[in-house]
Structure formats: structure tokens, C-alpha cells
Ligand binder design. Structure first.
Ligand code: ATP
Ligand code: MG
Length: 228
């Protein structure tokens, strides 16, 4: 599903955040991306949804080379990838339902389809009953559930999450992980950057460790491998 070949990324300030990354990720995999702060984890995953463009190298997702596509094609690509952030990024003036429906409204789905799909994903994350509430009225864990619902409402084959449990307490983090587990069990590929040692060492999946912009380790059922 994802093939990166010799990917190199130098930011305008001269920092090299990806220094020759070659990796292959298959449809349906669950991949943790670990490594020290500043190692290049976010850069690595941002290049997968063209938030950042590689300086050189190829990134092929479902046959499309992201290093080569024109900027105007980027929105089309983004609709095929769900993205979840540490700080949720919900729209504060929209209620829960509207935050999730938004992704379908921009692709002009019919109101009937929108309603059905939104309620389905809200049900999956256990928050159907809070559809009319606003993000500020929700706990951090609930906001993250909504942002996960939003990320999958388009039914993407790939969901990318950058430290999705970074702002959450341990119990809430596990609830969020169970949702990702469920999404992955339905065939969706999940790529998750995380500093959560306990989760990585307990809910075993492939681990890619990034250090100094390079892949230091790539193990099928790996450990977190760092002290913090
Ligand atoms: N937009 C940017 N412009 C310039 N330099 C950047 C930019 N984004 C990241 N960097 C630099 O690239 C390097 C890798 O950053 P990145 O955010 O990918 O690390 P990370 O592994 O995600 O770290 P953390 O665990 O703290 O989130 C760092 O040295 C950082 O300062
Ligand atoms: Mg990061």
C-alpha cells in the first residue's frame, strides 16, 4: 500500500528530518512509529499525506507517487487518508455531528448518506448520544473519539495518527487504542507515531523506530525500546 524509496527531506532551515528512508507497508498492517523527540517521526508520516513534500525520493501510495503529484491533486488524495492528531483539531463552532459530517459535505454526498454514515461512525466510537454537543463540552478522550470518527467517515483504507494518546490519561488512551484496534480489524491500515511505551509493548504490532531521520529498527512485533 505504501512504498517509500530513498526518501530525503531537508526543511528550508537546513534540518534534514528524513535521511534516506526506504520502507514498505502493506494493506491492513498496524504500524507504530517510535523514536526520540525530534527524530523525524512526524515528518515521516506527514509525507504520507503530503502535508510535507519530500526533497527527493519516491512515496507511492496505492500506485500514486506523492512526490510527483501536483498541489491541486492533494485534496483528492487527502480524502482517501484519515488523519488523527494529538490535539484533536475539531472545529469549535461546529457541533459533534457537523464536525464529522463536514468531511462528507465537501464531497457532496447526499444528506441521506451523510446522516447514515455519520451516525454509524459516532456509534462505533460510542458517542452517538453526544451528536449535538460542541467540542468544548467534551472531555479530551471524547474529543479524540470524535476526531477518529471524522477520520474514518470517508471510509479511507489508511488512517495516520500522530501521537493520538499524547494528551490523554492511561485509561482513556486504552479506550482510544481499542477503537483503532477495531478499525484495523476491519481491514484499514493504521500508522501511528507514539511515545506510549506501555501501549506499544502490550498491544503488539510492527514497530518502526526512527532516529536521526533514518529507520533504526523495523520489527514485526517489536518493543518500544526506549526508556521514556
Ligand atoms: N516545519 C519545519 N521546519 C523546519 N524544521 C522542522 C519542521 N518540522 C520539523 N522540523 C525539524 O525536523 C526534525 C524532525 O522533526 P519531527 O517533528 O519530524 O520529529 P518527531 O520525531 O515527530 O518529534 P516529537 O517526538 O517531538 O514529535 C526536528 O529537528 C525538527 O526541529
Ligand atoms: Mg512528532
Amino acid at each position: 500500500m505504501i512504498q517509500m524509496k530513498d526518501v530525503y527531506k531537508k526543511y528550508p532551515n537546513g534540518i534534514v528530518a528524513a535521511n534516506g528512508i526506504t520502507v514498505d507497508i502493506k494493506q491492513g498492517e498496524f504500524v507504530y512509529v517510535v523514536g526520540p523527540s525530534g527524530a523525524g517521526k512526524s515528518t515521516f508520516i506527514k509525507m504520507m499525506y503530503r502535508e510535507e513534500k519530500p526533497t527527493s525520493g519516491d512515496i507511492i501510495i496505492n500506485g500514486i507517487n506523492l512526490a510527483k503529484i501536483k498541489s491541486k491533486k492533494v485534496p483528492l488524495l487527502r480524502r482517501q487518508i484519515g488523519v488523527v492528531f494529538q490535539d484533536f483539531k475539531l472545529l469549535p463552532r461546529m457541533n459533534v455531528y457537523e464536525n464529522v459530517a463536514f468531511a462528507l459535505e465537501v464531497i457532496e454526498e447526499s444528506p441521506k448518506v451523510i446522516r447514515k454514515r455519520v451516525m454509524e461512525v459516532l456509534d462505533l466510537v460510542g458517542l452517538k448520544h453526544k451528536a449535538r454537543m460542541f467540542p468544548t463540552e467534551l472531555s479530551g478522550g471524547e474529543q479524540q473519539r470524535i476526531s477518529i470518527a471524522r477520520s474514518i467517515v470517508n471510509r479511507p483504507k489508511l488512517v495516520i495518527a500522530d501521537e493520538p494518546t499524547g494528551n490523554l490519561d492511561p485509561d482513556t488512551s486504552w479506550e482510544i487504542m481499542n477503537i483503532f484496534k477495531e478499525i484495523n480489524s476491519r481491514g484499514t491500515t493504521i500508522i501511528m507515531a507514539t511515545h506510549n511505551k506501555e501501549i506499544v509493548n502490550t498491544l503488539k504490532h510492527r514497530v518502526i523506530a526512527v532516529e536521526g531521520g533514518m529507520i533504526a529498527r523495523d520489527e514485526a512485533e517489536g518493543d518500544y525500546g526506549y526508556e521514556i
